[in-house]
Design a binder for this molecule. Structure first.
Ligand SMILES: C[S@@+](CC[C@H](N)C(=O)[O-])C[C@H]1O[C@@H](n2cnc3c(N)ncnc32)[C@H](O)[C@@H]1O
Ligand SMILES: O=C(O)C(=O)C[C@]1(C(=O)O)C=C[C@@H](O)C=C1
Length: 254
């Protein structure tokens, strides 16, 4: 599989993630702070199976779904990988991309990444909580591994806001880590994910310390929960379009 986004945007991948490499007595809750922002491109590529494929495909989906003179929202944009992939495909459409993250460190690095490439499409980079922003005149909304960091009640409210802000025919792309009710399936897919991390050079110590750090802050839903929530908002067409182990990406069309 072409790992194009990392070859295409080489400046996005400057440092290796060694955040959990040393044993620590007190593992603090995971935060998207300056330390994480500095290594995030390496971290997410080595932690999320299919990440590059998902980023590339977001551009393809944008090409099909983004309508002229509308807005595209990238919620929890981190370093801007999704925004950059989408922007390359919609330069002829007089659209604006609204990219939002509440981590100042992510936003600063994201701005540098966006400024590094010329484009006709304006990117409005906002440092804010995605629970507080307005969404309107949207033809595409992206939540690429962001919803899982909100509380269940906030997930529901955000979905309702996204649905209201999308134009008819607009699309939401929702990528998440998944949980499985079926225990053997949960164990199998979780184990395959751990092997993916090992194959990408993470030690057992790094894997277990990161797991502890994420325990309280990232609570994945099952696919049926996602599907029910999306349909309850009114989305008429809901499907998985990608899954690798316990990581998936869904589309929901209004
Ligand atoms: C796993 S990262 C997303 C990766 C990114 N979408 C990509 O495709 O590379 C989650 C991001 O969501 C941001 N985030 C988490 N909760 C947020 C909130 N309530 N409001 C805004 N941003 C949030 C974090 O700061 C982090 O940058
Ligand atoms: O589940 C894990 O082990 C992860 O590292 C997942 C995950 C994610 O899904 O966002 C968690 C935090 C980091 O942002 C990168 C990847």
């Amino acid at each position: 599989m072409a790992d194009y986004v990392f070859n295409y945007y080489p400046q996005m991948n400057p440092s290796q993630d060694t955040i959990y490499a040393q044993a620590s007595e007190h593992i603090q809750d995971f935060k998207f702070d300056a330390q994480v922002a500095g290594v995030f491109n390496d971290m997410i590529r080595r932690s999320v199976p299919g990440y590059a494929q998902i980023i590339n495909t977001l551009g393809d989906i944008a090409k099909q779904y983004v309508q002229p003179h509308t807005q595209v929202y990238d919620l929890g944009c981190s370093l801007g990988a999704a925004t950059l992939s989408i922007r390359r495909q919609i330069d002829d459409r007089q659209c604006q991309i609204v990219a939002v993250d509440n981590s100042q460190s992510m936003i600063e690095r994201c701005q540098q990444n966006i400024d590094a490439y010329v484009s006709e499409t304006q990117v409005n980079l906002v440092c804010a909580d995605i629970r507080d922003i307005e969404i309107n005149n949207a033809s595409m909304v992206v939540l690429n591994f962001t919803l899982q960091f909100l509380s269940p009640q906030d997930r529901e409210q955000l979905m309702a806001k996204i649905y209201r802000g999308l134009n008819p025919g607009g699309i939401l792309v929702l990528s998440e880590k998944l949980r499985f009710e079926d225990e053997p399936i949960q164990d199998l897919l979780d184990g395959l994910h751990l092997n993916f991390k090992r194959a990408n050079g993470y030690s057992e110590l790094e894997i277990s310390q990161k797991r502890s750090a994420l325990e309280n802050v990232m609570k994945p839903d099952t696919y049926p929960t996602h599907e029910q929530r999306l349909k309850a908002q009114g989305f008429r067409h809901v499907s998985l379009w990608f899954q690798c182990f316990n990581f998936a990406s869904m589309v929901a069309i209004k």
